[in-house]
Design a protein around this ligand. Structure first.
Ligand code: SF4
Ligand code: SF4
Length: 686
């Protein structure tokens, strides 16, 4: 007995079934084509390299749900539920395909019903169905009762949860009715369901079997039509988004070809690349990025999830008219031609993306900490979009927050962002016997001091400590002194790609002139830029951060460490050292090498570390909305009961100094760089 072999008002069931199936496929294909056309509005981005790596990523992130399984909070195991639902659906999809193409769809269900494969698969489906049902119940409790802030109790989510529940319940009902109508050995779960209905009249059961069968397959077909119009669009798009992920180093922003580019940055949705547009269509709206974002956590308008969804909606709203304009050969005016507040004379109804859709405030609030990307289960790339929009604001509209603009002007005119400093780049070396390469070029390693450690009062102490430690370890090093200039990192993160490239090329030329091979930095921002971004301009050098170098010197027994009465220390992971460059262990090895020092960890650490608030050029911007990010992070550190907040970044150090003062804790707790800690621990044996 099969609903597809039954005749309804003279029409065979399989005709109705196939008619519906073909109609649904046509609607699905039409929508998929439309979405594909919208994605193709974006600019080029070559993502076809590294096929093996792309397939591996697909397997890990889609089939094994690598990122979903990562906990947002220590008690959050929702990813397991998502894994059950995903795999449960995969098993059901396979069963649908089998039944559509071999079984019920062609009226041959009886042929496969009692095969060995069918029996084994029945057990699999039963387990899958129960796990899906349990996970859906759990998801409903989380979304509507427990309610983590990142999950919104939307009507669409309720509809989807209800739909999946009905699908699973109808599946078990169908199997139960079938067993009562055509008794045969079956699984315990099916037998259990059959027992529930066994008191009913057989003819009623047969009618219910047919009705629920059509309901079940009708819902599946309806789901197929609904998916591309809903947030569950990610089921279609996210596997591609994951597959076409960025395979270049995550610390390197995409360069602009200044020779060939007419307008800079992105002010309209279609100026993003196709991959950036696909990002929006792939968002699962899970809110993991939001939960990790320091800006959102400190009460600022920036929410990376909202930005992603807003850009997706902008594409869906304005994309069709853009496609029409593309078809007629019309062009929108370029960003520089478009007055602020309106983008186009030909599409006047399109809002200005970088002021009305994503506000300037939001664009400048990003610290580029990458916490959002680290958490995103479908590998959406948020940071490059913020930088692209900043590039437009900076280079096309000169709309840069005043304090950041001052820093940019200072870098352009004086080679560093610290206006008002009264010292020069070499003042800190007085009495230390540190040589510049101009004085002695025959060195093993160039110590790239960086603007902040050279010129900012608190961080100068780190440069001094670093030089002393290097000398104690017998390292043959030199500095560039007044030939050192800003590495360009803040300029690039503030959107001034033009200035960045000038600085990068100047520094690369200086390195090459001195035959520099190996560079030591104490700033993770300089480290990331010189190591990962300078190669874009022909600057390939061995670059090492001082935490790595000090750990190496320790391992080589280059100095003896004595105990220092620091008491308790906690280490704060710098975003550009940790999330961007995977340097997590060496800083901890250094602290742990100090005898008698008790090391405590903050809850948010390593790749889940919480930004200090100073990256992405934020160090040179006012922070007037919400709580200060550094105050939040300082409090997290203080909550551990620490006496020392250990850092490996000049920006973080400044942020903690400020945070400790704001919390009146600067007497009891010290913020120290790793170099200062090692300098103190080796001072007895100078
Ligand atoms: S990079 Fe950091 S600050 Fe920027 S949106 Fe992502 S999580 Fe928020
Ligand atoms: S951008 Fe990624 S992490 Fe954020 S809501 Fe979308 S899928 Fe989730």
């Amino acid at each position: 007995m099969s609903p597809t072999t039954t005749t309804y008002l003279g029409i065979p069931g399989y005709v109705i079934f196939w008619g519906l199936f073909v109609l649904v496929l046509a609607l699905f294909a039409q929508r998929a084509y439309k979405l594909w056309s919208l994605v193709r509005l974006g600019g080029p981005d070559s993502r076809l390299d590294g096929a093996g790596s792309r397939i591996k990523t697909m397997l890990l992130y889609v089939f094994l749900q690598k990122c979903s399984l990562r906990r947002v909070t220590p008690r959050d195991i929702a990813g397991v539920g998502h894994l059950f639902i995903f795999w449960g659906f995969m098993f059901f999809m396979v069963s649908y395909l089998i039944y559509i193409f071999i079984g019920d769809g062609l009226g041959m269900a009886e042929l496969i019903r009692n095969s060995a494969f069918s029996i084994v698969y029945s057990y699999i489906l039963d387990i899958a169905g129960l796990l899906v049902l349990g996970s859906i119940l759990w998801a409903a409790v989380r979304r509507y009762i427990v309610r983590p802030v990142r999950l919104e109790p939307t009507a669409e989510a309720a509809y989807i949860l209800a739909l999946i529940s009905i699908l699973m319940l109808s599946y078990f009902s169908i199997e139960g009715f079938f067993l009562n109508i055509s008794p045969e050995p079956s699984t315990p779960v099916r037998q259990f369901t059959a027992n529930i209905f066994s008191g009913m009249d057989k003819s009623v059961q047969a009618g219910l079997f047919t009705g629920i069968w059509w309901l079940h397959y009708g819902l599946i077909l309806g789901f197929l039509v609904f998916i591309p119009y809903s947030k569950h669009l990610h089921i279609m798009s996210s596997p591609f988004n994951v597959m076409f992920r960025n395979l270049k180093h995550r610390g390197a922003l995409v360069p602009i070809d200044l020779e060939k580019t007419e307008t800079f940055g992105v002010d309209r949705i279609e100026k993003f690349t196709w991959k950036q547009l696909l990002d929006g269509l792939s968002c699962t709206q899970c809110g993991r990025c939001q939960a990790a974002c320091p800006a959102w956590n400190s009460g600022k308008p920036l929410n990376p999830k909202k930005v992603t969804i807003d850009l997706k909606e902008l594409l869906l709203e304005t994309g069709p008219s853009l496609l029409k304009m593309k078809g007629t050969g019309n062009k929108q005016p370029t960003g520089s031609e478009a007055p602020a507040g309106s983008t186009s004379t030909e599409a006047p109804h399109h809002p200005d993306m970088v002021s009305q859709v994503i506000t300037e405030e939001v664009i400048w609030e990003c610290t580029t900490c990458r916490a959002c990307q680290e958490e995103c289960p479908v590998l959406i790339e948020h940071v490059q979009k913020f930088i692209d929009m900043r590039r437009h604001l900076t280079l096309e509209r000169s709309q840069v927050p005043e304090t950041a603009l001052n820093a940019l002007k200072s870098i352009e005119s004086r080679g560093h962002p610290w206006r008002g400093t009264t010292v020069t780049r070499t003042d800190w070396t007085k009495g230390l016997g540190v040589k510049t390469l101009a004085e002695e070029r025959n060195v093993d390693i160039l110590y790239w001091v960086g603007c902040t450690a050279s010129l900012e009062d608190r961080n100068i102490k780190v440069a001094i400590a670093m030089a002393k430690v290097l000398q104690r370890a017998g390292v043959n090093f030199g500095i560039l002194g007044n030939e050192e200039t800003c590495c360009g990192e803040p300029t690039r993160r503030l959107g001034n790609e033009y200035l960045f490239q000038m600085l990068a090329m100047k520094n690369i030329e200086t390195f090459k002139n001195y035959g520099v091979k190996k560079i030591l930095t104490s700033c993770p921002h300089c480290f990331n830029t010189i190591k990962n971004e300078y190669p874009q301009f022909g600057g390939e050098f061995e670059v090492i951060h001082h935490s790595q170098f000090l750990a190496q010197l320790l391992a080589q027994g280059k100095f003896q460490i004595d105990s220092v009465p620091f008491g308790i220390a906690t280490y704060h992971d710098s975003c550009y050292l940790g999330r961007y460059n995977d340097v997590y262990d060496q800083p901890r090895q250094i602290i742990k090498s100090i005898p008698g020092l008790k090391v405590v960890e903050m809850g948010r650490r390593r790749n889940k570390g919480f930004c200090c608030g100073g990256g992405g050029g934020r160090l040179w911007q006012e922070e007037t909305i919400g709580e200060r990010i550094n105050h939040l992070r300082t409090q997290e550190a203080l909550d551990t009961g620490t006496k020392v907040i250990a850092t490996a970044c000049p920006y973080c150090l400044q942020m903690f100094e400020d945070g400790l003062k704001a919390k009146n804790a600067d007497e009891a707790v010290k913020a120290l760089d790793l170099a200062e800690m090692i300098e103190a621990a080796t001072a007895k044996r100078r």
